[in-house]
Design a protein. Structure first.
Length: 260
């Protein structure tokens, strides 16, 4: 997704539409990727996506790679078109941010811009990182998302879990946008796993991301109550999503942007 500081309102709206198209294209491509889509829960205006990969790295090595998103995040899912502009400050209140480089023209001197993708709300080095924010086109909607990334030492490396919980009002068909966002999350985890080296053994069984114990010291891991297995853990998008009849499609939700 491209964005420039000298962009007109119409161009900015068009950029949002292009970003949405890229998100949906990624969803189709990711179906054949290493981390298959896994929307584990879906309801009216809310969904949960979860993926686990085992990498040939220690929790410390995985943590150090994680906090350097420029090394593994996809260029195609940035506003500037270059993951090198991404930074992540791994402390409470820290920013997962992106710099939008200035663009000079013959008529004007460009000004740099920026994007806050997510804010860190919990950081336990080598154990877990939790961030709050609506990624990609969800940024324009009245939703919030919480991404928990957890590390669990294994005999052959480290199991890395990405769990993204989204809820609120949005102008989308839940099943469609959930599948698209899920594919993008899977793509980013695959990027991190590729950087660290995927383990030869199968990934650990998918389960809720490890949660910090209340009042525990940094680095200790507790478990957050998981949804009942019969209610959501095995539900696919088609079975779990409950759509309002009048809900707009993804394309309809952004039709005003492309026409602006």
């Amino acid at each position: 997704m491209a964005m420039r500081s000298t962009t007109t309102p119409r161009a900015a709206r068009a950029a949002g539409t292009r970003g949405l198209a890229a998100l949906l294209a990624a969803a189709a491509l990711a179906q054949a990727g290493p981390a298959a889509a896994e929307v584990v829960e879906a309801g009216e205006g809310a969904f949960v996506t979860r993926h686990v990969r085992v990498v040939e790295a220690s929790p410390r090595e995985a943590w150090m790679a994680l906090i350097s998103p420029a090394r593994w995040w996809s260029d195609g899912h940035t506003w500037s078109g270059d993951a090198a502009n991404l930074t992540l400050t791994p402390q409470a209140g820290g920013c997962f941010c992106e710099r939008i480089p200035e663009v000079d023209t013959a008529e004007t001197v460009g000004l740099a811009g920026s994007v806050r993708h997510m804010e860190v709300i919990y950081a336990a080095p080598d154990s877990a990182l939790r961030m709050r924010g609506a990624l990609g086109p969800l940024q324009s909607e009245a939703v919030t998302g919480v991404l928990t990334i957890a590390f669990d030492a294994q005999e052959d490396g480290t199991a890395v879990t990405f769990e993204y919980v989204v809820g609120g009002y949005m102008r989308y068909e839940t099943a469609k946008i959930a599948a698209a966002v899920d594919a993008v999350i899977a793509q980013q985890l695959d990027g991190l796993a590729t950087l660290l080296g995927p383990a030869d053994s199968p990934a650990a069984p998918e389960q809720p991301a490890e949660q910090p114990a209340e009042g525990g010291a940094a680095g200790e891991k507790g478990e957050e109550a998981a949804p009942d297995a019969d209610e959501g853990a095995g539900a696919g998008v088609d079975e779990g999503a409950r759509e309002a009849p009048a809900r707009e499609s993804v394309e309809q939700a952004f039709e005003d942007l492309s026409d602006g």
